[in-house]
Ligand binder design. Structure first.
Ligand code: CO
Length: 209
């Protein structure tokens, strides 16, 4: 895609929006109150709004390599706190995807330089679920399963935060784990049992009295 084409596309997009509603951008500028926080992978094939059919203003979005929720990542934690405590989103979605290059890299024994500490968090997910993963002999099934377990563990990481614990108790915020199946375009709901996970980890991670 050429640069010039992007600006042409933009003009076309503006015209289409104004045709439907001449006040479209005036309304858009007035503020946002999205119901969802979406945490997904930076992968160029997994476009959050597109795959959800969401419009501008509907989803607050954070993307990084392999949709990670790391408690010392100031970027992620700022997005989370802003979304939960100020925008008061109702649902948080962690969306992984099959064929994730970040997860692939974490399964590969290689020095990835500056990426090492980031990928280490995915290697830790492998270690947590080593028994299950090592029992899968088919390498592509193992790869898919690690992608799913990584989503699950990032949901757990969200549940460990004070903002999420507080919003859950006060207004029933939910955490959803999804995998985008890049082969079919389908969103697969991993049906993460939020209350059960919360119960299981609160003895150690409770931050909210
Ligand atoms: Co990815």
């Amino acid at each position: 895609m050429k640069f010039e084409k992007i600006f042409q596309n933009n003009e076309q997009w503006i015209a289409e929006k104004l045709k439907v509603d001449p006040e479209y951008f005036k309304k858009l500028a007035q503020g946002q109150s999205p119901e969802f926080l979406y945490i997904g992978c930076s992968d160029s094939r997994v476009t959050a709004e597109d795959l959800m059919g969401a419009n501008p203003g509907e989803v607050f979005i954070h993307r990084n390599i392999a949709n990670m929720v790391i408690s010392i990542d100031l970027n992620m934690m700022s997005v989370l706190n802003y979304a939960v405590r100020h925008l008061k989103v109702k649902h948080i979605i962690v969306c992984g995807h099959y064929e994730c290059g970040g997860v692939k890299a974490a399964m590969t024994p290689a020095d990835m330089g500056i990426l090492n500490p980031w990928l280490r968090n995915i290697r830790d997910v492998y270690r947590l679920h080593q028994e299950e993963l090592d029992s899968i002999s088919d390498s592509s099934k193992k790869y898919n399963r690690l992608i799913e377990l990584n989503v699950q563990e990032q949901c757990v990481n969200l549940i460990k935060t004070a903002a999420v614990q507080e919003a859950y108790k006060e207004r029933g915020l939910t955490v959803q784990g999804w995998v985008f199946d890049i082969h079919s375009g389908k969103i697969i709901d991993l049906k993460i049992d939020f209350p059960k996970i919360l119960q299981g980890i609160m003895k150690i991670y409770d931050l909210h009295y």
